[in-house]
Design a protein around this ligand. Structure first.
Ligand SMILES: [Zn+2]
Length: 386
């Protein structure tokens, strides 16, 4: 019997020489400690890779010089079903509203349920409970994913309307593009940068200083705009996301003794895939993974922070085709839109054990709310704009 098994292994092994070469050289030790089980996190960091399916993660891993990513070190993995209220294929607005409010809504709806009724977001709840809150993205801050945590509108295209919600809920740290929707408005004469400043927010932007030159004053909320409109792609030199990931948790931790909630989005993986541009999608994936590394380092030292990584949907029906080898990635796309495929979930830290298995995207909200101890809170309408 033993001999037979050995023969079988000898027979099977030569079938996989290439895969063996592609694997990371040594397994990374799982950082999860057993005593974390059953412990509640004080802080939750939700990391969203827009359009990041398993192929996007795999492509990033194979493209990395060490053939591994920071994402590989997350000890708990799960799968999220991404469909929205009326479509098997979601968009980022309905996808992010599932995370922020825990309800399935209609594509293009932001922070409202399928009947367009405003839903109270986890960020608004965290603020109400006295936690510090942060939003960081490599797109404009009014774009669908960050917007779904703070705004309540029936159409994601209403960017100037979305911007006004940043005056209604105080965000302790806001980093991303879209400054023109605040200070060069076409739908009204308001200057929201001025209004934010009057409310005590320290507002800065890319034209005044680099993110690494910011010296945050802990007494005031901070907003740093990375672009007038949409920030450049990582391939064209955008590099602020990892720096923001280093800054954000350290700043937010000191803004409240009660803890913090933050969402950071690697926004442009999706855009590379819409354009069927493999190298661009891979560069965005690697940039997002650098941000993940900075967040993981913070969480390891902090010990009270739960980190969740997931995606709103997969984009492009991306494949790694025949011809993919140790030094070449043969990337192809089947569509220029999103797909209905499940997406991965990764978790690290106190409460991470809840994220194994397969569930609806709305369960990510439910699990976060339970872990914060707000599991029975009935969503109440947020501030709605007419
Ligand atoms: Zn998209």
């Amino acid at each position: 019997m033993k001999l037979l098994l050995l023969n079988l292994i000898a027979l099977l092994y030569p079938l996989f020489p290439e895969t063996a070469e592609l694997r990371p050289p040594a397994p990374t030790p799982a950082p999860q400690t057993v005593h974390d089980e059953g412990k509640r996190p004080k802080n939750i960091i939700l990391l969203i890779g827009d359009g990041m399916g398993l192929t996007q993660v795999s492509a990033g891993m194979y493209a990395h010089k060490d053939k591994k990513l920071n994402i590989d070190q997350f000890p708990v993995t799960g799968l999220s079903r991404t469909h929205s209220a009326k479509n098997l294929i979601t968009d980022s607005a309905a996808g992010a509203t599932a995370f922020s409010c825990g309800c399935k809504t209609v594509n293009a709806y932001i922070g409202v349920d399928a009947k367009k009724k405003p839903c109270f977001t986890i960020l608004e709840q965290a603020k109400k409970e006295g936690l510090a809150v942060g939003l960081v993205a490599s797109c404009s801050v009014t774009h669908a994913t960050p917007a779904s945590f703070i705004a309540h509108v029936g159409d994601r295209a209403e960017t100037e309307n979305i911007a006004t919600f940043f005056l209604e809920t105080e965000v302790d740290l806001l980093i991303g593009g879209g400054m023109k929707y605040f200070n060069q408005r076409k739908t009204d004469p308001r200057n929201l940068v001025q209004e934010l400043t009057q409310k005590g927010v320290v507002v800065s932007d890319f034209s005044k200083q680099a993110i690494t030159d910011l010296r945050p004053d802990l007494k005031h909320p901070l907003a740093w705009f990375s672009a007038e409109g949409e920030p450049a792609s990582a391939l064209k030199g955008r590099d602020y996301l990892p720096a923001a990931a280093r800054l954000a948790p350290v700043f937010l931790k000191q803004r409240s003794d009660k803890g913090f909630f933050m969402m950071l989005e690697g926004s442009q993986i999706d855009w590379g895939c819409h354009d069927k541009d493999g190298p661009r999608a891979v560069a965005e994936m690697l940039d997002f993974d650098l941000a993940i590394g900075a967040i993981l380092e913070f969480a390891r030292q902090d010990g009270e922070t739960l980190v969740i990584i997931t995606a709103d949907h997969e984009t492009g029906g991306m494949t790694l085709e025949q011809g993919t080898g140790p030094d070449t990635l043969a990337i192809n796309f089947n569509t220029n839109y999103h797909t209905a495929c499940m997406v991965p979930v990764y978790a690290y830290g106190p409460g991470s054990e809840l994220f194994g298995g397969m569930y609806e995207n709305t369960a990510i909200y439910t699990k976060m709310m339970e872990l914060f101890g707000w599991g029975n809170v009935q969503p109440t309408p947020g501030s709605v704009k007419k």
